[in-house]
Design a protein around this ligand. Structure first.
Ligand SMILES: [Zn+2]
Length: 310
């Protein structure tokens, strides 16, 4: 079971990358796949599938659930959610040591989790008739679990973006206009999150074989998406050329997608690759300086420079 997994900190353009890649008819997009079991378990408000129907009534996901239950041996989604929280739930500090142990001495519980989640990917591939699944959950913990799951051929992409662009993206006035509750996180929080998420990602990256991992910069993707898609295509063994128009929209009128989780991008009819380098002109000097003081060393490692364009 081949999975192309996008890992990293948030606001790296992963949903757009995911949707563009899944324009290839051999690839199914799971988006933020962890949201599917929680939607099945009926938690909180009803989650909407990218096709427009609620997850609970979307025919695609109903069929996936039936096939999943057959493969997993029962229909116990609550159990899947509990195991998922236990092993890759964010904010769970014990999850890391538990996962490290699982990799070398898998407990019965871990084997059960691995079996149930593998069944989910297999069900998705079977119902959609696809060879490869792209997932943009981003979580490094989840990536580590997948890397330790027998039967999953993980192709790991660590997506990075200049942290100053990430801070800018959090402040995005366009988002502030659509979401009334919108309140950007303070620069120090975003900087800390950027560091921890990328360091955790680096840890997972180091545990994956070189031919099964690649690093991708948001800036390279939005500057020359065709070249980056060619790189990802060679990496995952799928032809990803010709998916975009010269205007960088997805070429085909997108087929109906059933991505269960991700940001608003997955619900759009027309998806276009856009550059957002607005931080270079508009992010206040104090925020840039703060980021660079604490995280510049790691940003430098990814090829970013203190002065943009230097
Ligand atoms: Zn659907």
């Amino acid at each position: 079971m081949k999975i192309l997994y996008l890992m990293g900190a948030g606001h790296v353009g992963s949903t757009v990358i995911d949707v563009v890649i899944a324009a290839n008819p051999r690839i199914e997009s799971l988006g933020e796949a962890w949201k599917l079991p929680t939607a099945w378990a009926g938690e909180k408000t009803e989650r909407i599938c990218a096709c427009g129907a609620p997850i609970s009534t979307c025919p695609f996901w109903r069929e996936v659930r039936t096939v999943w239950a057959e493969l997993a041996g029962d229909d116990d989604v609550e159990r899947l959610v509990a195991l998922m929280r236990h092993f890759d739930g964010s904010g769970n500090a014990l999850a890391w040591p538990r996962m490290l142990r699982s990799r070398y001495q898998p407990s019965a519980e871990f084997r059960e989790y691995a079996r149930r989640s593998l069944a989910l990917y297999q069900a998705v591939a079977q119902v959609g008739g696809k060879q490869t699944i792209v997932e943009s959950s981003l979580s490094p913990r989840r990536a580590f679990v997948l890397a330790s799951t027998p039967g999953i051929d993980l192709h790991l992409v660590h997506v990075v973006r200049d942290g100053r662009g990430v801070i800018w993206s959090h402040r995005n006035p366009a988002k502030a206009a659509v979401r009334r509750s919108f309140q950007p996180a303070p620069t120090r929080h975003i900087t800390r999150y950027w560091l921890t998420a990328n360091l955790q990602s680096a840890f997972v990256y180091a545990h994956v074989r070189p031919e099964r991992r690649m690093r991708l910069r948001y800036e390279d993707f939005v500057t020359d998406p065709e070249a980056v898609l060619a790189r990802i295509g060679a990496f995952v063994g799928e032809d990803l050329s010709g998916l975009l128009t010269p205007e960088r929209a997805i070429r085909q009128p997108a087929p109906v997608r059933h991505t269960p989780g991700g940001n608003r991008v997955r619900l759009l009819r027309e998806v276009q690759v856009r550059k957002d380098f607005g931080w270079m002109e508009q992010l206040p000097a104090a925020d840039r300086a703060f980021f660079w003081r604490w995280a510049g060393w790691l940003a430098h490692h990814y090829g970013y420079t203190r002065e943009p364009g230097a």
